[in-house]
Write a protein that binds this ligand. Structure first.
Ligand code: ADP
Length: 189
């Protein structure tokens, strides 16, 4: 089973490219952002806690995310592969993921890192905010999310570099051209 980590700052195209990967390879998809938004919609305890962090542009605490991920992962036992979208977002989450996959006899196959300039990210997210209905797609929260990414999430790149799993991809260009580069990385592992 291939385990693909799709990584990048907010607005880098993880969600869009995840859809392409699912369509082409039939992999299971785990988006921690989507799971959290569903929890918020259903007004669960986790959703209520998460909302405060998300609207401030902060990360939801690792312990909550790791528990949530473990439960979600169990639903994908028969998948050919799994895409992790928006997870791991801290080195502690990356270490937890390694342990969870080890317990299933696996490991991350490749970490695909989408590289996009900050200026482009802000533009894309502001644009998305016009239609997404997401309470975190506004200028103030976008800027905090990018700071959070730089401070807490970017170090995950070094973690996967150390594991020999890092694959950098320029996330600027057409969606189709970027997807082609992603496919090459997925097929090489
Ligand atoms: P984006 O990539 O556009 O920031 P996501 O939908 O992946 O959007 O995540 C939205 C928010 O949900 C994040 O800003 C963060 O607050 C929270 N979140 C999502 N995934 C995680 C995670 N793995 N760890 C902590 N918080 C998370």
């Amino acid at each position: 089973m291939k385990y693909i980590v799709l990584f990048g700052p907010p607005g880098s195209g993880k969600g869009t490219q995840s859809e392409n990967i699912i369509e082409k390879y039939g992999y299971g998809h785990i988006s921690t952002g989507d799971v959290l938004r569903a929890e918020m919609q259903n007004n669960t305890e986790l959703g209520k806690t998460a909302k405060d962090f998300i609207e401030k542009g902060q990360l939801v605490p690792d312990s909550l995310i790791i528990d949530m991920l473990a439960k979600t992962l169990d639903g994908f036992k028969t998948a050919k592969g799994i895409i992790f979208d928006g997870f791991p977002r801290t080195t502690a989450q990356a270490v937890a993921l390694k342990e969870m996959l080890k317990a299933r006899g696996g490991d991350v196959s490749v970490m695909i890192n989408l590289i996009v300039s900050e200026k482009e990210l802000v533009e894309r997210l502001l644009n998305r905010g016009k239609t997404s209905g997401r309470s975190d797609d506004n200028l103030e929260t976008i800027q905090k999310r990018i700071d959070t990414y730089n401070n807490q999430t970017a170090p995950v790149i070094d973690y996967y570099k150390g594991e020999g799993k890092l694959a950098n991809i320029e996330g600027i260009g057409t969606i189709a051209a970027i997807f082609e580069k992603i496919c090459e990385k997925i097929e090489a592992v």
